[in-house]
Design a protein around this ligand. Sequence first.
Ligand SMILES: [Zn+2]
Ligand SMILES: [Zn+2]
Length: 343
Amino acid sequence: MRSLLEPRLADLSASEPGLVVDVRDERRALLFDLGELGMQPPRVLLRVSHVFVTHTHMDHFAGFDHLLAVGLGRMQRLVLWGGPDFVAQVEHKLRAYTWNVVHRYEMALAIEVHEVTPQGLMRSARFDSSSAFARSDEKSAQADTDVLHDEATFRVRGRFVDHEMPVLAFAIEEKARVRLAADRLAAMRLTTGAWIRDLKHAVLTGMPADTMIALRWRDRDGEHQAQRSVAELSPLVLDVVAGRRIGYVTDLRYTEANIDQLAQLLADADLLYIESVFLDEDRAHALRKNHLTARQAGDIARRLRVKSLVPFHFSPRYEGRTAELVAEALETWGGPPSFIDAD
Ligand SMILES: [Zn+2]
Ligand SMILES: [Zn+2]
């Protein structure tokens, strides 16, 4: 069945970091990292509602300006998430420009920025184009989970890994999805209608089982109406399918502490995007640069038992040889775990 979230690398050559995740049926997208965005058509960037930045090394944050330039006057709201000092860093970016006319734009832009520290302190601020992007602080809070963003159909979790600086690794999780059991529906001689949408919404958002759904259908005897509870209806006409879990992991050292963080975030994930910056023959160089080799990335994927793997963020030194990086990562991973796991 079709997935709610459709991820793809921002850079087709997989060299630059970045992931675009389309939220299907909503004409909306999530963006992971703000790297080289020049190759994204404006219509894609204008759909971005939430951005999650792993860390603010230039190759992960320089695209902020491009996104802002595209969005000004055309985007109403943009939510950004990042690590320690992220709010101040976004503020510095905004302060670097002159905003003497932006308050006259017909469509005002509100930028909401959230940062989280490895200790779980969350801080938020707002920058509105209507007030020349002046900073307005919002309340800070102590996080008790790793969930950064949560909405009806999916959530985004983040945990810190070490890259000689704290870097966020992300899990993008579809919540359970429901599918209409068309054959059973037909057997019950019910017809589809707005009530299906109401029922799906009630199930997906966890509304109480005794929530009543107004059924309305028409057959050759005319128009019918009835009230049935979510508990009665959902097993009859819906199949519940587990949602997909997708990982976006880049810029980290190969350490047991990092692997432990990733295991808590992404064990058994369906799809993992993970950096594979260097070949393992250049492991000493990877260590100095605080990056993974492709073999290390594949090893992490194997230990997390992920079902599918996409290596990315290749060093420019392998131009023309990136297939070697992909092969080394995939070989070490060894393919998806079998259904009956031996270990
Ligand atoms: Zn990087
Ligand atoms: Zn980095």
